[in-house]
Each structure stands twice: as C-alpha cells, then as structure tokens.
Design a binder for this molecule. Structure first.
Ligand code: NAD
Ligand code: TDX
Length: 340
C-alpha cells in the first residue's frame, strides 16, 4: 500500500495530480502539505472533502516542524511513504519583483524536505522541476537531460539550485530521488497570472490583453493531465537517480496563443496590446522528451487543438472559480478555517 506526501497540492499542477490519483489510484493514501500562499486554493480540492484516505496539512516546506506534521499524518494513514514535491514559488514575473521568497521556498524548502524525507527513510522522492533551468534556446534545437543548466530568472535559478540539492542528496546519501523537467503547462485550476488563463480571463471581460515585447517568444505547451501522467510514470517506474524531460513538441509563439484564445472566445484582435518586455525574457523553450518516451513508454494523450478548447470550456463552466480568484474571495476560507 502506498502513501504519498504531495507538497503544493493546492496549486495548479499539484491539485490536478491529486485529482488524477483520486481516479486512477483510489487505494493510495494522500497527504497534501501546502502553505496556502496566494497560489494555493482549497477550492481546487472540494472533491476531497471528507475522503478517508486524504489529509490536508497546512504548513511551510521550509519549516521542519510543519514537514514533520505531514510525516505524522502519513504514518497515521499507514503504508510505505513516498514524496512528490510540487510546492514552489512559480511565477517568473513575481521573481523579478522579489527573488527572496523564491530562495526561501524553492531552495531552503527543498533542502528541509530532503532532510526530513531522508530521516524518515522514504521509498521515493520525485522532484518536480522545469525546462526553464536550461535557459533559453535560439531558433533551433531542443533541451535534452544533458543540456547544461543556465537559468536566467530568479525563479529558474532557484529551481536549478533545488535540482542541484536533489542531485547532491542522491550522490552523497544514495537518496532515492528522481527529477522531472517539464515545459509550460495549461489546463484547469491554473492561477490567472500565467499566460493562458490570464488571456482567457481578460478576453472574457473585454479587457486589453498584454503581450510582452514582440510576442514572438516561443513556449512548448503541454496539457496538465499529460504532465501529471508523466509524473506518475516516473514515480512508479522511473529509474532512481535519473532526470526525465517532459514535453509534447508543441511550440507556439505567444502571439499565436493569444490570437487563438481570442478566436475561440469570438473576441476581436483589437484587444491585443503590445507592452514593455519582461526583463531578461527567455526567447524559446523546447523539450526533447525522447528519454521518458523510450524508457517509460509515456506519451502525451492530448493534442493542443483539442485541449486548448477544453481548457477554455473549463474556465467558462467554472466562471465562479475564476471570479473568486480574481476578486480575492477565494481567500475567505482561510479566515473561516484558520483565522487568516
Ligand atoms: P502554483 O504556483 O500554482 O502552486 C504552488 C503551490 O505550492 C501552491 O499551492 C502554494 O500554496 C504552495 N506553496 C508555495 N510555497 C510553499 C511553501 N513554502 N510550503 C508549502 N507550500 C507552498 O505552481 P504550479 O504551476 O502548480 O507548479 C508546481 C510545480 O511545477 C512547481 O515546482 C513548478 O516549478 C513546476 N512546474 C510548473 C510548470 C508550469 O507551467 N506551471 C511547468 C514546469 C514545472
Ligand atoms: O501577461 C503576460 N504576457 C505575456 O506576453 C504574461 C503573464 C506572459 N507573457 C509571456 C511571457 C512568456 O514568454 O507569455 C509566456 C508565458 O509566460 P508565463 O505564463 O508567465 O510562463 P513562463 O514564464 O514561460 O513560465 C511558466 O512555464 C514554466 C511557469 O510559470 C513556470 O512555473 C514553469 O516552470
């Protein structure tokens, strides 16, 4: 029997991962350790309320006592414990405003979690990282697992630092960890500060859509369910100590994404506004995912042409979720449940 501590399970990808497990691994026990920063939203997880195999622990991964409370909950549920580590400060623009919270959570938090996980003799530790640690590509080429780390933003530098701490734990202590590096995700429950949900929200309200620089920066988009299935494959079948790139060969210029969102919503392109570029803006990301395809048999199931409309439809049918995030009402439960 498996018991999983999922960090950051109230965020975008973490909550999608928990939903995947609820359906595909119903016998597993789940502990969600999440600090509920601005990006954490328990309204992503209403389906778990009252579930006997699920515990929520509000806590900070950088505080050992909080991490120990999550391990105590896992021990109480019984079974062999593994950790899937999503919790992070995740938004590049915020890291440009202030890098410190990124070092605190992504670097310090990861080390605290590694130390506690090692002390508890866990079975496996999956560290969820990003393609941004490789830096920026020119017009051609792909990131492989051998591409040297060359992060360019405080966000990606802090993620690269956390990857290196995981590497050190593997090398020094024989710690049973694996690292995943995925390209840009989109799908349900993504916080509307990231490109796709921000454009859906703004277009829906008839607000201007800010496109940074010339709009020709390229990202490699993957539907969040495909990412979650890849993480599950790595958790269950990945080789200890290895790193796996995850991506779906799905490159688009930002302006193409924005135009597509507008056309799906039947809104005019006159809403597009070219604005000042993001400082240090990486030009292009593109993932070579042949290793995970070859070794673990994982492949993306969703095509962009199918999953972008699905995503837009999700935001349309969850208008209340989006509105409560945008007007701050989603924080009300914090006051109700935790007094703030
Ligand atoms: P997110 O910002 O939506 O969610 C982060 C979650 O972590 C939130 O629930 C937040 O409350 C929690 N958290 C933050 N600081 C914490 C702390 N100190 N202790 C405990 N919990 C804390 O992020 P996301 O987009 O779901 O990304 C999840 C992971 O996947 C991150 O590690 C990110 O680097 C990585 N990743 C994201 C993408 C993407 O496109 N979103 C792509 C590749 C990799
Ligand atoms: O308003 C905007 N206008 C715009 O042109 C925003 C928010 C973004 N952009 C551009 C910047 C990027 O080129 O769109 C692209 C995507 O931006 P983000 O959604 O902020 O994502 P990105 O910076 O690529 O990082 C994301 O992918 C990798 C996630 O936020 C990271 O957590 C993940 O590691």
């Amino acid at each position: 029997m498996k018991t999983l501590i999922v960090t950051g399970g109230a965020g975008f990808i973490g909550s999608n991962f928990l939903h995947l497990l609820r359906v595909s691994r119903p016998e597993w026990k789940l502990v969600n350790l999440d600090a509920l920063t601005y990006a954490g939203n328990l309204e992503n997880l209403v389906a778990f309320e009252g579930a006997a195999n699920y515990r929520f622990v509000r806590g900070d991964i950088a505080v050992r006592e909080d991490v120990e409370r999550a391990f105590a909950a896992a021990v109480e549920l019984g079974g062999t414990v593994s950790v899937v580590h999503f919790a992070a400060e995740s938004h590049v623009d915020r890291s440009i405003q202030s890098g410190l919270p990124f070092v605190q959570t992504n670097v310090l938090g990861t080390q605290v979690l590694l130390d506690a996980s090692r002390a508890h003799g866990i079975e496996r530790f999956v560290h969820v990282s990003t393609d941004e640690v490789y830096g920026s590509l020119g017009d051609s080429g792909y990131f492989t697992e051998e591409t040297p780390l060359a992060p360019n933003s405080p966000y990606s530098a802090s993620k690269a630092a956390s990857d290196l701490l995981v590497r050190a734990a593997i090398h020094t202590h024989g710690f049973p960890a694996l690292v995943t590096r995925c390209s840009n995700n989109y799908g349900p429950y993504q916080f509307p500060e990231k490109l796709i949900p921000l454009m859906i929200a703004k277009a829906g309200d008839g607000e201007p859509l800010p496109v940074y620089g010339d709009g020709k920066n390229v990202r490699d988009w993957l539907y969040v369910v495909d990412h979650c299935e890849a993480i599950l494959a790595v958790l269950e079948r990945g080789k200890l100590g290895e790193t796996y790139n995850i991506g779906g060969h799905n490159e688009y210029e930002n302006i193409a994404i924005v135009r597509r969102v507008l056309s799906e919503l039947g809104k005019p392109e006159s809403l597009i506004r070219y604005v000042k570029d993001r400082p240090g803006h990486d030009r292009r990301y593109a993932i070579d995912a042949s290793k995970i395809e070859r070794e673990l048999g994982w492949r993306p199931r969703f095509r962009f042409e199918q999953a972008l409309p699905l995503t837009i439809e999700w935001y349309r049918t969850h208008a209340a979720w989006l509105q409560r995030v945008r007007n701050g009402a989603y924080r009300e439960y914090l006051v109700r449940q935790y007094g703030g």
